[in-house]
Design a protein around this ligand. Sequence first.
Ligand code: ARG
Length: 460
Amino acid sequence: ASQKTWSGRFSEPVAELVKRYTASVFFDKRLAEFDIQGSLAHAQMLNKVGVLSSEDLSAITDGMAKILSDIRAGSFEWSLDLEDVHMNIEKRLTDLIGDAGKRLHTGRSRNDQVATDIRLWLRHEIDSLIALANDLQAALLELAEANAETVMPGFTHLQVAQPITFGHHLLAYVEMLARDVERLHDTRRRTNRLPLGSAALAGTSYPIDREYVAKQLGFDAVCYNSLDAVSDRDFAIEFTAAAALIMTHLSRLSEELVLWMNPRFGFIDMSDRYCTGSSIMPQKKNPDVPELVRGKTGRVNGHLVSLLTLMKGQPLAYNKDNQEDKEPLFDTVDTVSATLRIVADMMRGVVVKPEAMRRAVKQGYATATDLADYLVKKGLPFRDAHEAVALAVRYASEQKKDLEELSLVELGTFSPLISADVFSVLTPEGSLASRDHIGGTAPKQVRAAILRARQRLAGA
Ligand code: ARG
């Protein structure tokens, strides 16, 4: 135990069980590259303010380069006895370069060190998630463009409601993802602050230059309160909340893919590489991937609750509880990033079946609202029009016919206002074309929306 960095005060070694319980190296080694980045910026600053000699600085720089390449090569030996990523690297540095390695931790604590590492790491991950979410939007836009005129039933209560285009439906998800990306940008702004310099909790007596370190590491600013800087993880929590919303959106899309792929709907087919068979039922082609997306949403929601719960009882400032922030955060990033990637590829493999979508529109009296609106435009109050059309739908369904298939004489029995021009509003195409305003489902508007979304993506 004598190799423990803080062991001088202790008269007996840490129990084996405790060592194992408190160690984090096997997961926080993932922060290694960022830990080194932070240490180098700290060392440069110490040198600049005259606390660390130039010889020590260059020894530290060389030593860290060697450590970094060993870590990248997978030849770095991580030790449980050294507890976490920070002490593993520092110990190795000292083995390599001697006393200069021991001077690195001047004016610093693992508390501000780890807070800095996580922020650097998360900033990096947020940037890749933004790129992935944008690529998924691009995939959805490709499919939407190919289906700007493809008629499908829009649902409310999962009952056929009104005709929409498949392109319009997909664009709903593009909007959700665009807001998800905004949330990530917003979280990034609050993540991108420098805790280093806060030391253990109260700051340090060395003449440090925090602004300089912030600049070196690309942070927008320093954290302005040392207690807050080492102890709060709100940036990680809000990131996880943003991640949970991304998963929620992808889960809804997945639920729809599962439904649409069911032969009772038959709206789409999915590439075989996204499905699996059954070990017992030879006929099966199962949509495992969207089902798993739905399932994995639960684990990210769980991570959000974990982190909120982790934080809520902690007195200021740092407490070891915070070491538990990492696994939920890492798993959130891994889950969301894999999911965004796979959903984008899956959407590029969706095969649309327009005949089935059209058939479903016809079976659901989706243009009933259009008939009511037609009567209103001819002077009937909306409530009366609603009632007249309800009777017409009832009659048509008794005849096992679509509204469009009723004769003018039959239609005329429900209102004398109905004349031959009614048939243009009873077709799905007529209904679609009439919803011609920003945000509406008219194919013209869908194309305009695709253009707008592409411009937004290009500006991002
Ligand atoms: N492994 C610790 C963490 O993740 C690093 C900070 C430890 N600080 C301390 N005072 N024990 O939070």
